[in-house]
Design a protein around this ligand. Structure first.
Ligand SMILES: [Zn+2]
Length: 107
């Protein structure tokens, strides 16, 4: 477990370890923000900010973060790729049957 590594006093080494862990998880499979935050023991909010920082540094390592945007299962509406957490309601059909955005990493 990599619980709270990023927030444990800002130790550089643990940030690097945490990012390596994220990369290996997301190279293996697609995960949502909720799943990542569960795995990392982070709140959704801090997981999202970690993820955004990490996505920026990822480019320098030759990887790319792919965001599969949230989608309404009722009408098929696709949300912006910029929305990383699950929207509560579809702006189109007002339905709440929504697939969470999912993330994965491509080399
Ligand atoms: Zn909809």
């Amino acid at each position: 477990m990599v619980k709270k590594l990023v927030n444990s006093g800002g130790d550089c080494q643990s940030v690097i370890m945490f990012r390596k862990q994220l990369t290996s998880w997301l190279l293996e499979r697609e995960l949502s923000l909720r799943e990542l935050s569960d795995m990392a023991g982070e709140s959704l909010k801090s997981m999202e900010s970690d993820l955004r920082h990490w996505a920026r540094s990822l480019k320098h390592e030759g990887y790319r973060l792919v965001v599969e945007p949230a989608r309404c299962r009722r009408c098929g509406f696709r949300f912006s790729r910029e929305k990383w957490h699950k929207p509560s309601r579809c702006p189109c059909c007002k339905g709440d049957w929504i697939d969470e955005p999912r993330f994965h990493v491509e080399a």
